[in-house]
Unconditional design. Structure first.
Length: 550
């Protein structure tokens, strides 16, 4: 028997998490929900699976591929437009028309015994078997009532309390015979419960309901998403957790570094290659994703943090969800129920109140108090420059990509063919950033005079000797993991307020000048006390008289 995994929904109730990620890829215990579903199918021998995709379909396809890593055979049925629960399966009819098949949602967490469900379907000779489960609050689901033999007597979609006549709800898991496709019109939106099943019942076709025992959670809201994480950690659902249980309820994945002086109070999960520093405290029902850095003094409780997140020192995260590639700076607070989208920046000592939604790519400024959702506003920083130029944590706020854009903007404010003096301190981070800066300057038709490793006063003095400006990169005094990128004018002094605003404006608009391919630019290394020495550039060497490689 084949299976169909429906993975095409937009997950609008889960925004901003699903603004840039399809719902089936949302991680539960650091694995996509759909991966848990596929592993359940494999456990019950359903290795051939068709995945219906529509919203952000390429991300789903790229992640799972042909299923080889899971030991399965995956194919995809792509919808050009939303076709509903039945229409999406009809779209995959060609792969399913030869035998009975199982339909399951790609965003529901469950450990039902699918083998028993299939056996029930065969024993009853059903055209359709609906998998049911009992829930305490059936208002958000379709209610189904069956007779003593298991035959469905009535369906009701999302009732009010006055209409509730049963606690058995439709889980969206079905076993079907291919004849059911005769009742689904192609290329139009069709729903199983609302359109197909009522027609089948009207014609007296055999539709049965199987009441399954086990765990089932429809991960459709932020509350249910956080609850699913806690249930996995509590062992309420039978799924595979990728990691080692180093103490009761404390799961740590391969390659993670947890300092012995960090406080861990399980159940919790720490993803692969994450780093938890001494003095950090991680408490119950917290999930830390892959490559996450948790700095000293940080506190996390019932927080779900996706991959590649920086959690700064003395920050406080409670009952929140933080999207991937987000940076949470020193002493920031994110309160219960808040959701931070992907690739956001939460500034130092800022507070994001409970139930606030911050959509992807937003910046919360340092010290801000946010009590309403940030959806359309960019909330960008007011200006780039601080007291020491452009400063921030190396490879968190100040990255090589940022250095390239800054240098390109600075070059654009100067005349073509001008010379800029560059310098750095002894640190490896400053050396790497300076190389990025030199590349950007030359790409913008600027000649570069590189002083390499010199003190700041020497860099200023040498800039004043015939350069149009200068750039010095150094470790922030007293803050070893931060760097300053300092810009000088032709006199070696800090840029004026007017020049800073001009650079800021070019940077914001991304209006960078580019050199024509035929234009020759140079990069020379000049020790501070000598005349220019051709032939040395950024650690490379050329024979005397040869052009510098730049």
């Amino acid at each position: 028997m084949k299976a169909v995994v429906m993975a095409g929904g937009e997950g609008t109730r889960l925004r901003p998490m699903t603004s840039s990620m399809p719902k089936p890829l949302l991680p539960v215990a650091n694995r996509p929900i759909m991966e848990h579903v596929l592993r359940l199918l494999k456990r019950h021998g359903l290795n051939e699976t068709v995945v219906t995709v529509q919203f952000l379909a390429s991300l789903v396809k790229n992640y799972f591929g042909d299923g080889e890593e899971l030991g399965m055979e995956l194919t995809y049925a792509n919808e050009e437009k939303p076709l509903g629960t039945a229409g999406s399966v009809k779209n995959a009819e060609e792969a399913l028309k030869d035998d009975a098949f199982l339909v399951i949602s790609g965003d529901a967490l469950t450990d039902f015994d699918l083998t028993e469900l299939i056996n029930f379907h065969k024993e009853k000779g059903a055209l359709v078997t609906v998998c049911l489960t009992r829930v305490p609050n059936p208002l958000e689901f379709g209610i189904t009532i069956v007779d003593e033999d298991g035959k469905v007597e009535r369906f009701l979609e999302k009732p009010t309390w006055g209409q509730v006549f049963s606690d058995t709800v439709n889980t969206g898991i079905y076993v079907m015979e291919p004849e059911v496709f005769d009742y689904v019109e192609p290329d139009v939106p069709v729903d199983w419960s609302g359109d197909v099943f009522p027609q089948l019942m009207k014609e007296g076709k055999p539709i049965y309901g199987y009441v399954a025992e086990g765990y089932w959670e429809d991960v459709g809201t932020h509350e249910s998403y956080v609850k699913a994480q806690a249930d996995v950690l509590e062992g309420k659902v039978d799924v595979d957790i990728d990691g080692f249980e180093i103490s009761p309820g404390v799961w740590v994945a391969e390659g993670a570094e947890v300092h012995p002086d960090a406080v861990l109070r399980g159940p919790l999960y720490i993803g692969d290659y994450a780093k938890v520093e001494a003095g950090a405290e991680i408490r119950e029902h917290t999930v830390v994703g892959s490559n996450v850095v948790v700095k000293s003094g940080a506190f996390m409780h019932k927080a779900v943090v996706h991959d590649n997140v920086y959690v700064g020192p003395h920050s406080n995260l409670r009952g929140c969800v933080v999207g991937k590639n987000t940076d949470i700076m020193r002493a920031a607070r994110i309160e219960d129920g808040a959701v931070i989208g992907d690739e956001c920046l939460i500034g130092e000592e800022s507070i994001v109140q409970g139930n606030v939604r911050v959509y992807p790519f937003k910046t919360i400024e340092a010290g801000a108090f946010v009590n309403t959702s940030v959806i359309w506003e960019s909330r960008g920083q007011a200006h780039l420059f601080g007291a020491r130029g452009v400063s921030g944590i190396l490879n968190v706020e100040i990255t090589p990509e940022l250095a390239v854009r800054l240098a390109g903007a600075y070059a654009t404010t100067l005349k073509k063919g001008s010379t800029v003096t560059t310098a750095r301190d002894h640190s490896r981070g400053a050396r790497a950033l300076k190389r990025a800066v030199i590349s950007a300057l030359q790409a913008s038709a600027i000649d570069v005079r590189d002083l390499e490793n010199v003190p700041l006063p020497v860099a200023r003095q040498q800039t004043a000797r015939g350069s149009a400006g200068g750039i010095m990169i150094r470790t922030t005094p007293g803050v070893p993991d931060s760097v300053d990128i300092m810009f000088f004018d032709g006199q070696g002094a800090d840029l004026s307020q007017a020049s800073q605003r001009k650079l800021d404006r070019v940077f914001a608009r991304q209006e960078y000048r580019r050199a024509f391919p035929a234009r020759s630019v140079t990069c020379t290394s000049r020790p501070a006390s000598t005349t220019p020495t051709p032939g040395r550039c950024c650690g490379t060497s050329t024979p005397p008289g040869s052009p510098s490689p730049g």
